[in-house]
Design a protein around this ligand. Structure first.
Ligand SMILES: Cc1cc2nc3c(=O)[nH]c(=O)nc-3n(C[C@H](O)[C@H](O)[C@H](O)COP(=O)(O)OP(=O)(O)OC[C@H]3O[C@@H](n4cnc5c(N)ncnc54)[C@H](O)[C@@H]3O)c2cc1C
Length: 385
């Protein structure tokens, strides 16, 4: 079960890169709501964000397993990978469903770091998790599609050249299955903004650069359709397993970060003339979190290996995301408790990571929806929606 030399080398290289961007760098960005431009550029130029792009398009052609290790290390260093993780997997929509012309046009530029495709527009304010009920429409008009509607929580769009957008091309009432009639499009953000697209940042609990989007007769050329018209749900769905595995790996990184911090502090901090970690009431919760994170990592590893082997891994990817996000949250809570009042001091960085890791029980899919997937699709119990 020991890791290969290649994986150890990846870990070491990512750690070295992240070490140049210490926790004060992330704290300052959190305070100012800034974007880690230098960090993301360096991670991209070093090839880490483009490992999933095949070699013939200029990427490293590695698997989701290697990508998971990269994301884990980024989070373990104290960084917030939410600023850049989507650059790894959103391009999968182009890779799997794009035409040859689209692949040639976009993938080498993404691999070279000249183009950012790290935004995807699915969620809407009125329909939320019920994706197939989304209300944004794309109407064909000559050589264009005309987009109208609204999206919410669309992250990193202000720092992305391209976005993958999901919109309805055929009304839900006119399709036999609700997943039909949706289409995916590539949007050039710079061209669209001010020409039918309005972007409004959302003030939120973490520095995730999420925005509301408003589409008012926004025109895009028909060449920007990804895959076939009406089959866009599959374009989005196909990318979800990779996304869930990578997010799960980030949670493992967060969890290991919290456990490192907590065990170190419990060993150093002396109260009542002895290290607080000598008290089993302090020590055991940290040890339990360690066991939970290690167990969750096994599921992440399994899901990643299955994904890379081309095996169906929906259940494993979902379970990995659920287990890892819950384990990282518990580790964050225990880390807070171990640090006592100092956990609240920003200079200790824990409260920021605590806020950041909370997201992953809600996005990109909430725990309830994962349990519903397991209940219905794995265990064969009745559908609830
Ligand atoms: C910081 C941040 C960044 C995000 N980035 C993006 C992005 O880049 N692109 C994008 O498209 N989206 C993004 N999202 C949206 C995210 O994917 C959604 O918030 C998430 O999927 C949940 O949808 P919702 O907020 O509409 O919750 P709702 O669908 O309103 O659900 C609310 C709660 O009810 C529960 N619930 C709903 N229906 C059921 C049911 N039938 N059974 C049991 N429980 C149910 C849910 O589990 C959830 O806990 C982001 C969100 C956040 C907060």
């Amino acid at each position: 079960m020991s890791e290969s030399t290649d994986i150890t080398e990846i870990r070491t290289a990512v750690r070295q890169l992240c070490a140049q961007y210490g926790e004060d760098y992330w704290l300052e960005l959190d305070r100012t709501r800034g974007y880690p431009t230098e960090f993301v550029s360096e991670l991209t130029k070093s090839g880490f964000l483009t490992v999933l792009i095949p070699e013939n398009y200029g990427g490293a052609g590695l698997g989701v397993y290697e990508a998971s290790v990269i994301m884990e290390e980024v989070c373990r260093s104290g960084a917030h990978a939410g600023a850049c993780h989507a650059q790894m997997y959103v391009m999968g929509s182009v890779l799997r469903h794009g035409s040859d012309a689209q692949k040639q046009k976009y993938l080498p530029a993404i691999a070279a770091g000249d183009l950012r495709l790290q935004s995807f527009g699915v969620t809407e304010p009125t329909t939320g998790t019920d994706t197939t009920s989304l209300k944004t429409t794309a109407r064909r008009d000559g050589d264009d599609y005309v987009i109208n509607g609204q999206k919410v929580w669309i992250s990193r769009i202000e720092h992305s050249d391209l976005m993958v957008l999901l919109a309805r091309t055929t009304p839900k009432e006119q399709v036999s299955k609700k997943t039909e009639g949706l289409s995916a499009f590539l949007i050039h953000v710079g061209e669209a903004e001010g020409n039918g697209l309005e972007i409004r940042p959302i003030e939120s609990m973490i520095n995730h650069h999420s925005c509301e989007l408003f589409f008012d007769d926004m025109r895009i050329p028909k060449e920007n359709l990804l895959g076939t018209e009406g089959a866009g749900f599959k374009v989005i769905l196909d990318g979800m397993n990779a996304e869930r595995i990578l997010i799960a790996a980030e949670c493992i990184g967060d969890g290991r970060y919290f456990i490192d911090k907590a065990s170190h502090y419990a060993t150093e901090r002396v109260v009542f003339d002895r290290p607080i970690g000598q008290n089993q009431g302090v020590q055991f919760p940290i040890a339990r979190c360690y066991a939970e994170i290690e167990a969750a990592w096994l599921m992440v590893e399994k899901a990643a290996r299955m994904f890379d082997a081309g095996e169906p891994c929906g259940a494993e990817a979902n379970m990995a995301k659920m287990l890892a996000s819950e384990a990282s949250w518990r580790a964050g809570d225990v880390c807070m408790q171990t640090h006592g009042g100092f956990a609240f001091a920003k200079e200790y960085h824990i409260e920021r990571k605590f806020r950041e890791t909370r997201l992953y029980q809600i996005a990109p899919i909430s725990t309830n929806l994962i349990l519903s997937f397991i209940g219905e699709h794995v265990l064969g119990m009745p559908r609830s929606f």
